[in-house]
Design a protein around this ligand. Structure first.
Ligand code: NAD
Length: 436
């Protein structure tokens, strides 16, 4: 494992400390927010550990279907008496809980968000917002009807680097965008979601029947419990796992908030033949109102995360923790090489005229620069959680509401539908559905 993870952890602690100090100056005791977790697995444990380090925020309960995660929640909060339960509804029914953070598998998002909104709770729900396109609209409706704050967890929309990308783009850094490329590759069993299941899983400590939600009933399967991303019954593949982050960052940077018009995907299960049904290679071409957005995701070869925005005035490249602006002036600096195909006299006349039209500069040679901006992390969790808690306090809009989260998720569903149907798919706004 590279040493970047511990460094990131250190930076996260440092940033939490800064937030803590800045918050101390303004917070009144009445601002204290009491939240509960639903789902304390891989992501939920990270969210919990981050949230409790934020000022004036307190975890008062945790729900999970696996009892091992009750123990984990108590360990993370340092509170052996933390209220824990298998039934999240118990937490939603409590009047002393202000809001919820949910990190359950994708196929549970809709039910948890709709239940939370109907119970009058604000909720931070992990990405991708939905498991299917139609679910997303039910969630948007539940938030609207109950006037609830819903923040979706593609955290990069709250990162300073993403805000810088947005500022540069809207300041005209590359002109009007004409094409976008998004890519990310992994090359390891962990990267391909072959996670080790908890070693003690049994019907005594896991409510497997409930975990299955409305999917086909099967006997307790530890691999499905830990590696649910591999199957479309539970997850949304590399689309919902990885692409949704890149799409969310792109929508935010460009100021777009809509689904694509169409998606055309290719892919397959090339390497991880472990019984999964989601592709491990997924290449997608989206049409965003005429602008091509090409997305390449793979679990075969490690390639750096990259969001590349291209326009007539240059390129904006956003990598994991860096943003580079490479301006281009888009002009010829010499006569056209096409003139090599002219007879000599014609070529000489063309070149003479070209130089007459483009007099040589008499000053020093031009100096160019490609400014680079570095952030702590393009995918920043602290500010995204903080943005949610502040919205709960102030009732001001969140960075990534249900409408935005829905649009980002629809792109992933279209990518998956195109892959499974083996044909291009289109977004039909009238019926709010994906058509072939
Ligand atoms: N934003 C990010 O960077 C990021 C990173 C990883 C995962 N995620 C998202 O977080 C979510 C969870 O992923 P994970 O890797 O933590 O999964 P996980 O399987 O490790 O954890 C999910 C937990 O939810 C529990 N659970 C399932 N249904 C439940 C229910 N009805 N009530 C209570 N508990 C329930 C499970 O028992 C499990 O402990 C997914 O939607 C995933 O896409 C986001």
């Amino acid at each position: 494992m590279s040493n970047s993870f511990p460094r990131r952890r250190f930076l996260q602690s440092a940033s939490a400390a800064v937030l803590l100090q800045s918050r101390k100056a303004v917070a009144a005791p009445s601002d204290r927010l009491r939240f509960a977790m639903i789902g304390v697995g891989m992501q939920g444990s990270g969210l919990l550990g981050t949230a409790i380090r934020l000022p004036n925020v307190e975890c008062v309960g945790a729900a999970d279907l696996y009892d091992g995660r009750h123990t984990l929640a108590k360990e993370i909060t340092g509170n052996p008496n933390l209220l824990t339960t298998r039934r999240y509804q118990e937490l939603l029914d409590r009047k002393d809980i202000d809001c919820i953070i949910a990190a359950v598998p994708d196929f549970w998002h809709k039910r948890v968000v709709v239940d939370a909104c109907n119970a009058g709770k604000d909720i931070y729900c992990e990405k991708p917002m939905s498991h299917t396109a139609s679910e997303g609209f039910e969630m948007v409706e539940a938030a609207k009807k109950n006037r609830r704050i819903v923040q979706i967890g593609s955290q990069r929309v709250s990162s300073a680097l993403c805000a810088k990308a947005r500022e540069l783009y809207h300041g005209g850094a590359i002109g009007d965008v004409t094409m976008v490329e998004l890519s990310l590759g992994r090359n390891s069993p962990n990267g391909a979601w072959q996670y080790p299941p908890p070693t003690d899983l049994s019907s005594r400590n896991l409510d497997w029947d409930t975990w299955l939600n409305d999917t086909p009933k099967i006997p307790l399967n530890p691999e499905r419990f830990a590696r649910w991303r591999c199957w479309k019954d539970y997850g949304t593949g590399v689309g919902g796992d990885l692409m949704v982050h890149l799409i969310s960052g792109m929508l935010f940077t460009l100021g777009w908030n809509r689904p694509p018009r169409s998606a055309s995907a290719l892919g397959g299960i090339f390497r991880w033949k472990d019984g999964r049904d989601m592709p491990d290679i997924h290449a997608v071409l989206f049409d965003y109102d005429g602008i091509p957005v090409y997305v390449r995701l793979g679990l075969q070869t490690e390639t750096p995360e990259l969001a590349r925005f291209m326009g007539p005035k240059g390129i904006l490249d956003a990598t994991g923790s860096e943003l580079r602006h490479s301006p281009q002036n888009g002009v010829d600096t010499s006569p056209s090489y096409y003139s090599g195909s002219f007879p000599a006299q014609m070529r000489q006349e063309y070149i003479r005229q070209w130089h007459a039209d483009h007099p040589a500069s008499t000053g020093p040679e031009p100096v160019s620069q490609d400014p680079t901006y570095r952030g702590e992390d393009w995918d920043d969790l602290h500010p995204h959680l903080w943005n949610f808690f502040q919205a709960v306090r102030t009732r001001k809009p969140v960075a990534e509401d249900a409408v935005f989260g829905n649009h980002a998720a629809i792109a992933c569903h279209m990518a998956n539908e195109s892959y499974f149907r083996k044909k291009a798919v289109f977004w039909d706004q009238a019926s709010r559905s994906i058509k072939s």
